[in-house]
Design a protein around this ligand. Sequence first.
Ligand SMILES: [Ca+2]
Length: 189
Amino acid sequence: MIAVLVLAQGVAARAAVGDPDVVVTSPTRQQRIPAAGSLTITGTATDDVSVSRVSIALRRTDTGRYLSSAGIWVSTYTLLPATLTSPGAASTTWSYTWSAPVTGSYSVIPQAWDNGNRVDPSRSWTAFSVVSSDTTAPTLSIQVPASNQTFTAGPVTFSGSAGDNVGVTAVDVRVPESMAGVASREAVG
Ligand SMILES: [Ca+2]
């Protein structure tokens, strides 16, 4: 009988003696990372003799697609080469820099090879997400209408200003009929 476990972070198989082992240390599981600049994924790899190389696959949760070396998302499982701090050593840290992270949910799946070209069979993965880096609320003011201003004929043009530390994406205006003369305001940024 074969049992398969599906977890947010998991290990699908056990390594045999002599196989390399690889883990992700950053991001941590379920970490929410602000989308600002590049994102460097790091980890460690060990072997009884020598770690020769490490690659990662970066999978989008919503589409199931993988990041390619060209920076586009493809349907086939794709490995991206990581940089080893101590290539050929029995233990090394490694890193991969994702130059243009976009908001979304992802899994990073690392693989390591030893000098005998044996691969880490564990296929462990770490789930994380990239979130908007803008956590400062926008500001808003109404110029027209002034407080308690009365209009005798239409059309009426409402106006005001909005600001944000990054950028204002939308301003919505609501004028409830039951509250004539009272405009509600909302900005998103
Ligand atoms: Ca080995």
